[in-house]
Design a protein around this ligand. Structure first.
Ligand SMILES: [Zn+2]
Length: 328
């Protein structure tokens, strides 16, 4: 059977349109009807014309015109004859770039994750960004008493900062350049925020830690400045946690990485193997189901899928928006 869907096509920078296309379900594929979709920071980069190199996670190579979208979830409506993992009606989280800004999308079973019991469907649909950020927060090596710097107060930074606090960090410092994001971080439990337009992070960390440096730095901003600042403020033998996806070459000052014996932790849930992701994801979503981490406050604005061009223009003009969602 085939299904007609509306789907987003990014024709070129700043030019996104909804087109109609027919989806065919291969023997080893399923078709999912979307409940909700999320716009990711990486989608914004694509929209602004910054494309990453090709990897095997893309169904379509990242060149224009590009069928955009990866954050979504919903219910399976069609199952290929060789698929044994899922049946029609299953609720699933998408973990793949399958042109998910659409009413329906096609996926391979390994790109999907069963929705855990007790998670509301809006959050199921945001299961990928939630699980990725939670995984980073839960594997960040934060201990009781730590001073933790979270660089970047976007969706991931907000989740990771909450997780650090819940894990027993003494002082969580959230860093950004947009005041609205920092106010939200404070509302969600950050002890201290630093707006880099007003303050030097080096001074704040030196003051808070009496010159020792942060025990853990978590990089979610993805810029050269952010990486270099993290490298400066982490303490001797401290932990440097990677989260962000930097798709453009940057220049790093890494002398301290060697000299101060830094410990590096790569916390990319989806870039180990899908088996690893499959095992880890339920554990990352459990604290969300238990309300230990607030996700709903991170949903800044909802648009109809019909208005995807407006939604992207809004995302482009409002960097302080955390998560913008699209409803079919
Ligand atoms: Zn994403």
């Amino acid at each position: 059977m085939s299904i007609l869907t509306r789907a987003a096509l990014l024709k070129g920078p700043y030019d996104i349109q909804l087109i109609e296309k027919t989806l065919h379900c291969g023997d080893d594929e399923v078709i999912v009807k979307n409940h909700l979709m999320g716009i990711c920071g990486s989608d914004k980069n694509f929209y602004r014309g910054m494309m990453p190199g090709n990897t095997n996670e893309f169904r379509h190579a990242p060149t224009f015109p590009f069928p955009l979208g990866h954050e979504s979830g919903g219910k399976i409506v069609e199952v290929g004859s060789k698929v044994t993992e899922f049946t029609i009606g299953d609720s699933v989280i998408s973990f793949g770039w399958n042109n998910n800004f659409a009413d329906y999308f096609v996926a391979k079973p390994f790109q999907l994750q069963p929705a855990p019991e007790g998670l509301n469907m809006d959050l199921v649909a945001l299961g990928e960004p939630i699980a990725c950020a939670m995984y980073s927060g839960m594997n960040s090596n934060v201990q009781l008493g730590d001073t933790v710097v979270v660089m970047g107060a976007g969706f991931a930074g907000q989740v990771i900062a909450q997780t650090a606090k819940r894990k027993g960090a003494h002082t969580v410092i959230v860093v950004d350049m947009l005041e609205k994001k920092l106010i939200l971080a404070k509302d969600l439990g950050a002890d201290r925020t630093v707006n880099l337009r007003d303050e030097r992070l080096q001074d704040v960390v030196a003051e808070v830690t009496e010159g020792v440096g942060a025990d853990v730095v978590i990089e979610t901003a993805g810029s050269e400045e952010a990486f270099n600042l993290c490298s400066e403020v982490v303490r001797h033998n401290g932990s440097f946690v990677f989260y962000s996806w930097v798709t453009q070459p940057i220049t790093l000052n890494i002398s301290r990485w060697h000299d101060d014996g830094l410990n590096f932790i790569n916390t990319c849930l989806v870039h180990h193997t899908h088996h690893h992701r499959f095992v880890w994801t339920p554990g990352t979503l459990r604290p969300v189901i238990q309300d230990q981490v607030d996700i709903k406050s991170l949903i800044s604005r909802e648009f109809s899928l019909d208005d995807i061009a407006e939604a992207f223009a809004y995302a482009d003009n409002n960097d302080a928006a955390i998560k913008i969602v699209l409803r079919p």
